[in-house]
Design a protein around this ligand. Sequence first.
Ligand code: PEP
Ligand code: MG
Length: 577
Amino acid sequence: MSIVTIPPTVSGVGVGRSAAIAPLALVRPAPVIPSGARRLTAASDIAQRSDTAQAIAAAEKALAEVAGEFAERAAAAPGALGEVLLATAGMAADPELADLARARIENGQGPAAAVDDAVAEVMAMLTAAGGLFAERSTDLRSVRDHAVARILGLPAPGLPELRERSVVCAVDLSPADTAALDLEKVAALVTESGGPTGHTAIIARQLGIPCVVRATGATGIPEGTLVAVDAANGTITAHPDRALVETVRHRAQTERLLAEDTAPGATADGHPVPLLANVGTPHEIEQLDPATVEGIGLFRTEVLFLDSATAPSRDRQAPQYARALAATNGSKTVIRTLDAGADKPLAFAAQDDEDNPALGVRGYRLVRTQPQLLEEQLAALGATVRALEPERRPDVWVMAPMISTPAEARTFARLARAHGIRTVGVMIEVPAAALQAAAILDEVDFVSIGTNDLAQYTMATDRLRGELTDLLDPWQPAVLALVAATARAATAVRKPVGVCGESASDPLMALALTGMGVTSLSMSAPALPAVRHALRHHSLARCVSIAEAVLTAQSADEARNAARALADGEVVERLGL
Ligand code: PEP
Ligand code: MG
């Protein structure tokens, strides 16, 4: 009998500051077919003990069982999810799929490989058919994964069905995996890969779910083990002791107390710093408490189309924006045009042959290859705003991601204004744009600093890879210098300069940014109370001193320590900074 040793604590990179305790639910990766099992004649298990007929029976049984399993899940799932699961069950039960697999086995393929290839063939056919068929094709991937796992005798892959609040743990979670989670039942997210500004981290922050990424070894903790996930310390502890349980409880209590303060963001001496929310869908806006959020500082519109196979027309986009704007109660709303590419893959904007997608045609740059995408989106936005009654018309700002030059800012501003957008801005997330901030500000009404990408590009460090997290740190002096330069350029011309990267949610960083002249801070809503609390306990002059100190630091740690040393000791203690 093998004895599994559970490491008492697995460490990674924490996202946010909260913590949770719950049993672990493991997300199993897609099965890999061993090369020996690809042919019947090879020395695979099935090949040794069965003939072609048995292999066909194994493939057919697996597909039928998968169809049954999905149908069962469909019956229990609500609304749209149930429909998708039922459609997937239908695809698994499709006799054509079984026929394709059978033909392959008769040609000597092993059953797992035959199902794998048969599914790939059907997926290719659906993709070629386009439209709704193409959208369905990716659902077949889970039919493949489940059927192959059954044939190989492996546990079911993918997201577990959560029966209670659980800590969901995976090697990695795709945006689609994360979207499929029953979030009511997710106490925390843990991944072995991914970086602190990757998609899983962003979604976790957005929802206030404790999250630890780069937690190497976490998937080795057995399913069902009670674990404590502490995002502030970046740890996952199996079988937490009483002291740890108490710490987690205390943290939750402090969070609740901080959330009771809903006054507008301002320093102790009343210098206003509007606190805005980052969102990805109209639903998220509807969930916000208008009393605590002064507007939307970043609406990541690409999130709406993560699972679209085809480019959304203006008619398909407009209702989404109308719903979003209706939910903002007239407050300031900064909408970002599609930031497709690299860490935000959208099927209809995919570039086939990019070796370095983060340096390729992403964000605003898609205007070079698919200008109609921006055109349709601006048309949808313009039409949506115009359709609202003037008195109910929210303060809509529209900005472009991944701007690198003043000329790009000029073209974007021209296009947006042609569609009736009044307040036009760009994100500063490429070092070249930060260095050219003054010239860019000549072209637009505002800028918003995306410190996630600004850190990635300044430090030449992929934001999705966690091995180099120390370089990706927004406290890196080079990143701070570019943020400060941008803030200075905006202050000189009295134009708004916000920060909407994840760094704005760090209370110490929020103080430094305010001292640099940043005029608003946008973050995932659950991070707002701690930032509001920090601002309220520091005067603008103290924020300026903090900014000056961090800008002379030689390293990220030195900068963070300098801010901590100058911040109010009680606030540092209370917020665990
Ligand atoms: C950023 O880069 O900081 C940003 C806010 O945009 P995103 O994280 O969506 O790339
Ligand atoms: Mg960005």
